[in-house]
Design a protein around this ligand. Structure first.
Ligand SMILES: [Zn+2]
Length: 77
């Protein structure tokens, strides 16, 4: 499978800055969905939704600090 990259010009990064970057979208025919965001400052947000509806979201700041690391169906994904 081949992912799709989409640039954006202003999104709020996990560090709080509003910067440019790009989205990465991928998935498969079974229902897996990947929705990652890569920010110009170096922050990133990784979000994976799984076949059973659960999801994993992880936000990492440009200094390497994890600001959010959640796994499971009950946190509002
Ligand atoms: Zn940042």
């Amino acid at each position: 499978m081949v992912g799709t990259k989409t640039p954006f010009s202003a999104e709020r990064a996990p560090c709080g800055k509003v910067v440019a970057g790009e989205y990465y979208r991928d998935g498969d025919e079974h229902g897996l969905r990947i929705r990652d965001s890569f920010f110009e400052c170096g922050c990133r947000v990784i979000r994976h939704e799984f076949h059973d509806g659960s999801c994993h979201e992880r936000a990492v700041r440009h200094d390497g600090r994890v600001v959010k690391d959640q796994y499971g169906p009950d946190h509002g994904c």
